[in-house]
Every structure is written in C-alpha cells, then in structure tokens.
Ligand binder design. Structure first.
Ligand code: DCT
Ligand code: MG
Length: 406
C-alpha cells in the first residue's frame, strides 16, 4: 500500500532522493481524490530542503508567529514554529487536508491549530491579529535598525517609542551601530540581490588579495544555499597555510576603509556559537577566529563593473538619488584547520544549524560548533577537512548547501 511513485519519479528525473515517502491513507474512504499522507524524518538535518516550497501560505504564517515569539523573548515557542514550518517546506505538494499531516514530526497542537484555521478559513486569526498588533509592528520597525535587538526594542516600546520618528525625537543615546542603522535604515532593510552580493564579493576578494596573497574568500550564508536575495552578505576567509590568517581581519578592514568602502565596521572575537556548545571547548587557536560586522557602501558603478546591468536604484542623473546603497556585510576569518566547521556552521540555515547541533548532542553524544566536533564518549576531537567528512562523523547523509534551506 506504499505509494512510492513520487520517489521513482524524482529518481528518474535525476533529482536527489528525498528522505521522505508518502502513502495513501488505508482506512480513509476513497473519494474522487485520495488523501496523501506524508512521512518525514524529525531532524531538519536529515532532510533535503530546497528553495522550492509548495506550502508558502502555511510556512509564511508559521514563520511570522516564530518571528513574533523570537521578538518577545519566547525562544522555545519560536523554535517550535520554525520546526513546524520546516517540515511543511519538504512536502512534495500543497497540503489541502489535515489528515495528510498525520504522523508528521514537529507539528504541535498550536501549529496544527494555525494550519487548520488557514485550510478551513483561508487565514489564521492569530496570524492576522499578530500582524496588526501595535506591539509587533513596533518591534519589527525598531529591530529593523541595525544594532537594535529585541531587548532594546522592548525597552523603547515600554518608554513609548513605537516608530523611527519617535526614536529620533527621543533623547535615547544610540551606540555607533545604531546610529549607522538609523542613518541607512531604508537601504539596510531593502533585500540584497545576488548581483549586489557578487559585486561586494569582488571588492572583498580584491581587499584580501592585496593584504594577504593566497588567502581565500568563500561566499557563505543564504547566498551559498542558492537564495536570490538576503538581508546581508556573509563571507568566510581563510589561508591554506595554518597561522597565516592571524591578524588578517584588521588588515582587510584597513584596506576597505582606505578605499572608502565602509560606512561602519566593528570587529569582534567570534563568540556566538560557543555559547551553546557546552564541552566542545574550542581549541586554543580559537582566539584567531574573528568576525567583522560592517555596512558597505556599494556604488552603482561597482555593481555594473561586476557585470550587473539593471539596477534597483535610480542613478544620480535621473532624479538626484544617491548613486550607491548601504549593504550589511559580515566577514569571518577562520584558520584552515577549522575551515570545514566554519563553512558548515556559517552556511545555515539557522534552523539547519540548530538541528545539526541537536542531532550531534542528542543522537551522537557529540558537540558540534563552527570550530570543532567533539566526541563526548571517546573524549576526542574529530578532525575534518570537508563538510562531507563532518556529515559522515555525525552519521548523516551529506546534504549540499542548496538543500539546507530548512
Ligand atoms: N547562523 C547561525 N545561528 C545564528 C546566526 C547565524 O547558525 N544565530 C549562521 C547560519 C547562517 C549564517 O550564520 C549567516 O547568518 P544570516 O546572515 O543571519 O543568515 P542567512 O541564512 O544568510 O540569511 P539572509 O539570507 O537573510 O542573510
Ligand atoms: Mg546572510
């Protein structure tokens, strides 16, 4: 009774085999259209999630509730909604009936209620009321300022600040990042195109080649997964000779600054992925691992030089608009010994990364970070020079970047 036609179809079409099967409900009355039931493995890192999504209405709704939860310091609820949305993203066709969801993982009571509401009424009342709530709107606008997180936004809202005008009129002291964020608000909140990402890539390549010949630049984040737009552009930089990358970030930043490419930059020692990694104590060379948060000034002619023809902005000649835009850019430097871990950790998606770490910890008693993989049973670090090796250490099928869009 297992309907594997979808499998065989996609294999014949040369698509990678999805770890997913579907079958017809055995004890359901067979109407003119038979109900398909899907089955999906429970960790996102066991699944192939492309950008092709047949359930965007449902996943958009759940993602909005996830965002609202994250902005309200309800991380657990946020993750639950993200996991539910991710399961729907791998279904091979649109969900039309609740019975199709029987047996699927990660669909809690709350997510099922939202889905049911949409299937039955065309919309979820909770999603609609969230979208319209003054608090959600204010949180979105304020956290849209680069350098402003949910906590700061929440404090401002309690002080009566709900929009940018009120923020400007208030006597809040803003830090350097927030001042840049406010100044370039519209640009930073406009999606970055792949062409713009490539143009910035050429600038970063030039900077890196000038300060350390032989160093390598890799586009990471959403663009490496094949996304056509992003909220920023992320790059990972390394050198094939261990140790040569030490002190590299300040040199890159100085070069970019001297050429007038930076509107803002702040370099920090990377710490974000260490936080939830428990015993995966990073190796001692960990302090070489640096991250630079920046805002680039991307000129229209830089984009054209990078092979781009059409532009989103009017040029200076046709209307006096500025001939450049601000773009958020993140740079990460990694020693070559940690490169595969950094590449895997910075390619995303955020949920895919979270699920990899959860899989490592819960299923393998290992700790995964962007620096290393530690086997807690054998009490040893597992080395890897490629992402494929890391998946193999974790006992997972290799999932290429374009299928990590959970
Ligand atoms: N990352 C992560 N956990 C975080 C933040 C980031 O695992 N809390 C990783 C995964 C993606 C990568 O870093 C880059 O982060 P973003 O730029 O925020 O994500 P993105 O997928 O590139 O999204 P966008 O396309 O919007 O830039
Ligand atoms: Mg990104």
């Amino acid at each position: 009774l297992l309907d594997v036609s979808w499998y065989t179809e996609s294999m014949r079409a040369g698509h990678p085999v999805q770890i997913l099967d579907r079958h017809k409900l055995q004890d359901q009355p067979t109407n003119e259209a038979e109900v398909e039931v899907f089955s999906v493995p429970s960790y996102a890192c066991q699944r192939r999630t492309t950008l092709e999504n047949r359930n965007t209405v449902l996943t958009d709704a759940l993602s909005l509730l996830a965002e609202n939860a994250e902005l309200s310091a309800e991380e657990g609820r946020g993750v639950a909604f993200r996991r539910a949305a991710a399961v729907l993203k791998v279904l091979p066709e649109p969900v039309t009936d609740m019975t199709q969801l029987k047996g699927l993982p990660c669909l809690g009571e709350h997510s099922l209620r939202v889905i049911k509401d949409i299937l039955e009424n065309g919309a979820s009342s909770e999603v609609e009321s969230t979208k319209q709530s003054e608090r959600f709107k204010a949180l979105k606008v304020l956290t849209g300022v680069f350098g402003v997180g949910a906590k700061t936004a929440d404090r401002w809202i309690r002080e009566g600040i709900h929009d940018l005008q009120q923020l400007k009129d208030s006597r809040q002291t803003l830090n350097r990042a927030q001042r840049a964020g406010l100044e370039h608000y519209d640009d930073i909140n406009q999606p970055v195109s792949k062409a713009e990402a490539d143009a910035i890539g050429e600038i970063v390549e030039e900077a890196v080649a000038s300060v350390l010949p032989g160093a390598q630049v890799t586009l990471i984040g959403g663009f490496r997964r094949g996304k056509l737009t992003g909220h920023d552009v992320d790059f990972l930089i390394t050198h094939p000779e261990e140790g040569r990358e030490v002190g590299l970030m300040p040199k890159i930043v100085s070069w970019l600054e001297s050429q007038g490419f930076l509107l803002y930059q702040k370099t920090i020692r990377n710490s974000y992925l260490e936080s939830d990694d428990g015993p995966a104590r990073p190796c001692s060379n960990m302090d070489r691992f640096e991250r630079c948060f920046s805002v680039f000034k991307l000129a229209e002619d830089e984009k054209r030089r990078a092979g781009q023809t059409q532009s989103h902005h009017a040029s200076a000649e046709d209307g006096g608009l500025k001939p450049w835009r601000a773009v958020r850019v993140d740079l990460v430097v990694s020693p070559i010994s940690q490169f595969a871990f950094a590449l895997l950790g910075w390619t995303g998606s955020k949920l895919f990364e979270r699920e990899l770490r959860r899989w490592a910890g819960h299923e393998k008693t290992m700790s995964l970070s962007s620096h290393a993989l530690y086997d807690n049973t054998q009490r040893t670090y597992l080395r890897a020079t490629s992402e494929e090796e890391i998946f193999a250490h974790l006992g997972l099928d290799y999932i290429p970047p374009s299928e990590r869009n959970a």
